[in-house]
Design a protein around this ligand. Structure first.
Ligand code: IPM
Ligand code: MG
Length: 367
């Protein structure tokens, strides 16, 4: 019997509610598939600030280090908003986790089922078959982490702040390799997004992606697009992309745009894969929903658990090599949603169910 050893970092507000939904689904498939779950919960984000004084305590990092993957909920909220930015749950938990485990490859599926096109702000005629694209975002380089990074008061009393955008060829190559694998599993089309008309890092980005794809994946159709145009094209005709690859900050911005055109944030999952393999020889990864902590609906059994459940499916696929089990979970979520069992965020005037009933329905669809 294979054992799935992972850390459970539920976080704040709806984080624990949707996390328990995902764990119920995992327990169910584990029983069906003869898998053993070995997970350890640890505090992160605001919950960790309250208990340990920091958003990512050493004890939590230890739990993650001992695991083969991290299932992450979401962190942050009004309770901690007055803290200095550097100490706030989002920044002080997520960024150090990404850096510590070199989680350089962020995979965000932009998926909108055709039955849910009402949820998108795009006109239905632009997306008759829903949306099905993937954003591959570089996650540990660029302006997020480049040095120097500082704020200084100058001699004349003015204040200067500096962020530095840095990329190395090796960093661009390793994320390109991930994008190639993603594109090969789909339509063999890859669009690399940059700002090569202005930025040095983007000139290197474009050349590196071109050379790497020419050398390693001549079977792919590669295109390049400036980021401002990409932002516009996403809103015009998202399905032209299939797989798009981009650097850290552009990916942050474009993936939020992608999330909104895909309707509810409650449906979007993500995987952040690390540079090192886990004890099973698969990528160590962190798996999290895109939607945030939704403080306004926390504790009321209202949150949509789908994104957390789909993130758990991504964990099975990438860190445990269980693609067929991941597919079963994805199919069960899809079947449940399209058959009309929906939480309020995707109900469009129909009767909505709560987090628990939604999870029950997904579990039933797994049988
Ligand atoms: C994301 C988030 C993070 C980011 C924040 C919370 C640090 O917006 O994962 O997209 O900017 O990367
Ligand atoms: Mg973001």
């Amino acid at each position: 019997m294979s054992t799935l050893k992972f850390a459970v970092l539920a976080g704040d507000y709806i984080g624990p509610e949707v996390m328990s939904a995902a764990l119920r689904v995992l327990e169910h498939v584990a029983r069906q598939e003869g898998l053993k779950l070995d997970y350890t919960a640890a505090e992160v984000g605001g919950a960790a600030i309250d208990r340990h004084g920091s958003a990512l305590p050493a004890s939590t990092l230890q739990v993650c280090e001992a695991a083969d993957a991290i299932l992450f909920g979401s962190v942050g909220g009004p309770k901690w908003e007055k803290l200095p930015t550097k100490e706030q749950p989002e920044r002080a938990a997520l960024l150090p986790l990404r850096k510590h485990f070199t989680l350089f490859a962020n995979i965000r599926p932009g998926l909108l089922y055709p039955e849910l096109t009402d949820a998108s702000p795009l006109k239905a005629e632009r997306i008759p078959d829903g949306i099905d694209i993937v954003c591959i975002r570089e996650l540990t380089g660029g302006i997020y982490f480049g040095q120097p990074k500082s704020t200084t008061t100058l001699a004349n009393g003015d204040i200067e702040a500096i962020d530095t955008m840095v990329y190395r060829k090796s960093e661009i190559e390793r994320i390109t390799a991930v994008a190639i694998t993603a594109a090969r599993g789909r339509k063999k089309q890859l669009c690399s997004v940059d700002k090569a008309n202005v930025l040095e890092t983007s000139v290197l980005w474009r050349k590196t992606v071109s050379d790497y794809v020419a050398a390693h994946a001549p079977d792919l159709k590669l295109s390049h697009m400036y980021v401002d145009n990409a932002a516009m094209q996403l809103a015009r005709d998202p399905n032209q992309f299939d797989v798009f690859l981009t650097e850290n900050m552009f990916g942050d911005i474009l993936s939020d745009e992608m999330a909104v055109i895909c309707g509810s944030l409650g449906m979007l999952s993500s995987a952040s894969l690390g540079a090192r393999d886990n004890s099973l020889g698969k990528p160590f990864g962190l798996y999290e929903p895109a939607g945030g902590t939704a403080p306004d609906i926390a504790g009321q059994d209202l949150a949509n658990p789908c994104a957390q459940i789909l993130s758990a499916a991504l964990m099975l696929r990438y860190s445990f090599g269980l693609d067929s089990v991941a597919r079963r979970i994805e199919a069960a979520v899809r079947q449940t949603v399209t058959s009309g069992t929906r939480t309020g965020d995707i109900a469009f005037g129909r009767a909505a169910v709560g987090t628990t009933a939604m999870t029950d329905a997904i579990i039933a669809a797994l049988d």
